[in-house]
Write a protein that binds this ligand. Sequence first.
Ligand code: SF4
Length: 442
Amino acid sequence: MALNGLQIQKLLPKTNCKECGANTCLAFAMKLAAKKAELSECPYASEEAIAVLGADNEPPVKQLTLGSDINTKIGGETVLYRHEKTFINDTMLAINIDDDAGDAQETLNKIKDYQLERVGEILILNAVAITQKSGDAAKFAALAKKAFEITKLPLILRSDDTKAIKEAAAAVSGTNSVIAGVNKDNVDELLACAKEHSMILSIAGELDEITAITRKLKADGFNNMVMQFEADSLAATFQLNSIARIAAIKDNVKELGYATLKFVDTGDELTDTVMAINEIEKFGGVCVLPKFDAAQLVNLMTLRLNIYTDPQKPIQMEPKIYPIGEPDRNSMVFVTTNFSLTYFIVSGEIENSGISAWLVVPECEGFSVLTAWSAGKFSGTSIAKFIKEADLESMVDTRTISIPGYVAQISGELEEALPGWKVAVAPQEAADIESYIKAFNR
Ligand code: SF4
């Protein structure tokens, strides 16, 4: 049961020293209760407070970091639905390579080079799964080592041969990779291997088999686990992922408080894609795709970005002055907010008009134009301050700035705050920017 602010305050020193950034211990306790602060921000927290609040602050789904060079977090979730608060960590997308595949090197290079840009975000693959098909432990281990050396991503090692797993784990020791397919028959041997090489165990089986193993390992002090439900159909996978997440979050069932791992390999491309969509939409931790397919990835990556974007934090552009095309000292100057969608719509319309221009994007906490203006984040004064700090005047001879039509009311304030500049009012709708530019330059 989560503690409330008053209960938490009783565990704090009550000296109101302010070192945590809050004015009082009670204010800090309220922030802790709302999960907006970490206990480590109070340097004077007692051991009792750390023990009690540490357990209380632990998310119902354990968070794990995979990888040693390129890290990705999974789990850490606290809600069933994104609109309740937010989802914390994206579903990891991984590509499987069989150790007898002739094109393994080529696939590894594609995985390493894969990047997709969406609304200013660079999306990449998160892991590589190596499946033993060759029957040769040394070959399996060598491919695992090579996969890590090329991609620097965490690995998922899959083999029925415990000896092969141990050899591969030793070859990529310390990479916080995953050993897949751990069951009641091999768990003891693979637990020792995981401890020795800093690996995560993926516990496989039916729901009750998984629960029995996670309970035992957790009681023995090992907690670096994910769950690998053995379900072939879409419906069964959907059901098991949902049961586990509901049990962890609503009923505090610790044995099911782990992220999941799923190998999607039905042999049918369309079914695989739907299975992967299910993982992204319904609580999947790691989704392993059977092969590298850029057409499939572009859809899955875009869906993942949409599902896991924090609804409380709009996607933002870095505040700065962006060149659109190849602007020079006499190019037009526009201003808009740093909400990514606004930026891409406005910059796209400027590009479509065929001119080059400067686009001033001040810090607006990712709000759109009207929201930023009504929140006082997009005023004549704040835009002028940003322009001065960014030293736009030394970059251009232009002295006219076009502001969005929705905030025509700030033109007087902006002209006052930016002596020597003329403010022009662009259209309200971005779709009209092209004709505005033509009329402006006539
Ligand atoms: S740092 Fe600790 S003791 Fe100081 S005000 Fe914050 S909670 Fe209280």
